[in-house]
Design a protein around this ligand. Structure first.
Ligand code: NDP
Length: 286
């Protein structure tokens, strides 16, 4: 029977470590890590995420600044705000909550963020640097997955890793991070032929698709490690992942649940990225 990886517990550990480091930073250097979160419009899910991020900042002892802009904010005004935050020395991390309204180019806005404050890791500089192996910031969900793997003591060198999903925020970056840790990596997507044949090879299987319970027991190798990134709501309101948990867990050595697996790690890593931003801006190395 599988070991269920407790993302809530690991995320709490990390948030405790970050809090302790933030206290030390304030005491020794007089610096309080600052995160600015920008929300444009009234998207209900985005509002929930922004509130959670602000609460996590407060718990970590960070300065939390929220900029809530109306849905009809002009792109030029948002870019002006980003420039002001880039220049604000009390703000070390800037996060623009996505999606943005259609009349604003997310690419343009992300590119306007100073890469040294890009705690989401979406700026083209950090995306490119992830490819060459030295990013200032790694996107929070993939970084969280790597922490789950390393803190569980799972070894990666030489392992066959299969990532299902190739999005810029999860699939591609997690594939690069696994490669950097010497796994042999395959990326699958909607055009992959015979998906089950590929996933069945995986020692480490990452599901980041957004299709409820699509990874079934037949698609998983005996003893595999399965990390489920998917978050899907069923008609009955239940939250499930991309993996058919009960049947797949029987076959795995380690598996993450949904909820309580990858999800809590994302905010924990946002706090870690913001702390890292404060430390590197202090030392002037970035
Ligand atoms: P996207 O919709 O951007 O990407 C989905 C990927 O899955 C695409 O690459 C797509 O292929 C691929 N795909 C779709 N159908 C199939 C199929 N039948 N077989 C194989 N591949 C398929 O999603 P995200 O990466 O943004 O998110 C994935 C899931 O992770 C979602 O459920 C999301 O809610 C969740 N998520 C959770 C987070 C957390 O903190 N826990 C954070 C971010 C995301 P193609 O490229 O060919 O279209």
């Amino acid at each position: 029977m599988a070991v269920i990886i407790d993302g809530n517990k690991i995320a709490q550990e990390i948030r405790g470590e970050v809090r302790a480091e933030a206290v030390a930073l304030k005491k020794n250097k007089g610096i309080i890590p600052g995160l600015a979160v920008v929300l444009v419009g009234e998207d209900p899910a985005s509002k929930v995420y922004v509130t959670k991020k602000a609460k996590a900042c407060t718990e970590a002892g960070f300065l939390s600044r929220q900029h809530k802009l109306s849905v009809d904010t002009a792109e030029a005004d948002l870019l002006k705000l980003i420039n002001e935050l880039n220049a604000d020395r009390s703000i070390h991390g800037i996060l623009v909550q996505l999606p943005l309204p259609k009349h604003i180019s997310a690419d343009k806005v992300i590119a306007a963020i100073d890469p040294r404050k890009d705690v989401d890791g979406f700026h083209p500089y950090n995306v490119g640097s992830l490819l060459t192996g030295s990013p200032l910031f790694v996107p929070c969900t993939p970084r969280g997955i790597m922490e789950l793997i390393s803190r569980t003591g799972i070894s990666l060198p030489g392992k066959e890793a299969v990532v299902v999903g190739r999005s810029n925020i999860v699939g591609k970056p997690i594939a690069l991070l696994l490669l950097a840790q010497h796994a042999t990596v395959t990326i699958c997507h909607s055009k992959t032929k015979d998906l089950a044949a590929v996933t069945s090879r995986a020692d480490i299987l990452i599901a980041a698709v957004g299709k409820a319970q699509m990874i079934t027991e037949k698609m998983v190798k005996q003893g595999a490690v399965v990390i489920d990134v998917g978050v899907n709501r069923l008609d009955n309101g239940k939250l499930v992942g991309d993996v058919a948990f009960a049947e797949v867990a029987e076959k795995t050595s380690y598996i993450t649940p949904v909820p309580g697996g990858v999800g809590p790690m994302t905010i924990a890593m946002l706090m870690k990225n913001t702390l890292d931003a404060a430390c590197s801006q202090l030392s002037g190395h970035s």
